[in-house]
Write a protein that binds this ligand. Structure first.
Ligand SMILES: Nc1nc2c(ncn2[C@@H]2O[C@H](COP(=O)(O)OP(=O)(O)OP(=O)(O)O)[C@@H](O)[C@H]2O)c(=O)[nH]1
Ligand SMILES: [Mg+2]
Ligand SMILES: [Zn+2]
Length: 287
């Protein structure tokens, strides 16, 4: 049978079958030598001596490393308007990493009940006028569009600690609260968890909640590739004078022209440049 891994605890795998049943399985020895199985993986499993055994991991569409989840349809960037502060730098960094992994990003702006400054409102509007889907939420008044975007998809929530990721899931599914409590207890508060291997059934989809992260890893992205990971640049990619343009100091750059004519928000471009410079410095250092 073909099933999906929805939970990994040590060597025990929980599979979701096409009949929507949860069964426990172990991994066949030869599979273990392959790439480590991830939550979200589709697998071939068979019953051997009354025990489900995973025989094979089917090819992945994509994979995120933190959290370690495969076949992700979308990543929801959870960003609060305050507490912690709204940060376009963080949204844009996450957005680039998510797009680089071949995953659709979506922005969820939380804590809108706490009041939004003019500056933050202007920044949110820039996203709303851009290519990314944006949902605003406030505690206690669940936006039905959130449940809708989760339906039938594998989603990953990402964002800094305290942004309200777990709160969102608890509001979407009241039974979810218990599950999160159990997990955080099992992991131990304050511990670094690089992998979070569970997908929760929520609103007709599967969602990975993640702990707040401590760093973002751009080591797998080159300066040449970075521009393609910025959604707002997409209409201008391939239109620069030089085809190896990194949209920095080159003449005839279509991206820079779009920034000058305000078709791309200036802050989006500045955030791009700061990551680009970081990548360039890294290359000078190591190559
Ligand atoms: N006023 C208000 N408070 C909220 C909202 N969303 C979350 N909170 C509060 O913000 C705090 C942090 O929320 P969590 O859901 O635990 O944040 P998290 O993103 O899961 O944080 P980590 O698990 O540490 O990564 C909690 O005290 C929530 O009650 C909201 O929309 N409005
Ligand atoms: Mg949480
Ligand atoms: Zn360019």
């Amino acid at each position: 049978m073909i099933a999906r891994i929805v939970k990994i605890v040590s060597k025990e795998y929980t599979l979701l079958t096409d009949q929507n049943e949860r069964v426990k399985a172990v991994l066949m020895g030869k599979v273990r030598r392959q790439d480590a199985p991830a939550a979200g993986d589709l697998v071939e499993a068979e019953i051997v001596h009354g025990q489900y055994v995973i025989q094979k991991i089917l090819p992945r569409r994509n994979r995120l490393y933190r959290p370690y989840v495969a076949n992700v349809d979308q990543a929801i960037i959870v960003m609060s308007v305050v507490d912690p502060d709204f940060s376009t730098a963080l949204i844009d960094r996450l957005c680039m990493l998510i797009r680089h992994a071949g995953i659709q990003p979506l922005l969820c702006v939380t804590k809108c009940d706490l009041g939004i400054s003019e500056e933050t409102e202007a920044r949110i509007r820039e996203y709303e006028n851009g290519p990314m889907n944006v949902i605003r939420t406030a505690k206690g008044t669940l936006d039905p569009s959130l449940a809708k975007v989760l339906e039938g998809k594998i989603s990953v929530l990402t964002g800094q600690s305290g942004a309200g990721k777990s709160t969102l899931l608890n509001e979407l599914d009241p039974t979810f609260h218990l599950a999160t409590q159990e997990i955080s207890k099992a992991l131990g508060r304050g511990k670094h968890t690089t992998r979070h291997n569970e997908l929760h059934p929520v609103a007709g989809g599967l969602v990975a909640d993640t702990p707040g992260f401590s760093s973002l890893d751009f080591s797998r992205i080159s300066a040449r590739e970075l521009g393609e990971d910025v959604m707002e640049f997409e209409p201008y990619i391939g239109k620069c004078r030089f085809n190896d343009c990194v949209h920095q100091n080159e003449p005839g750059c279509a991206v820079k022209e779009a920034v000058e004519s305000k078709k791309i928000p200036l802050i989006r471009y500045q955030n791009y440049l700061s990551i680009l410079e970081m990548i360039q410095q890294r290359r000078e250092k190591y190559i």
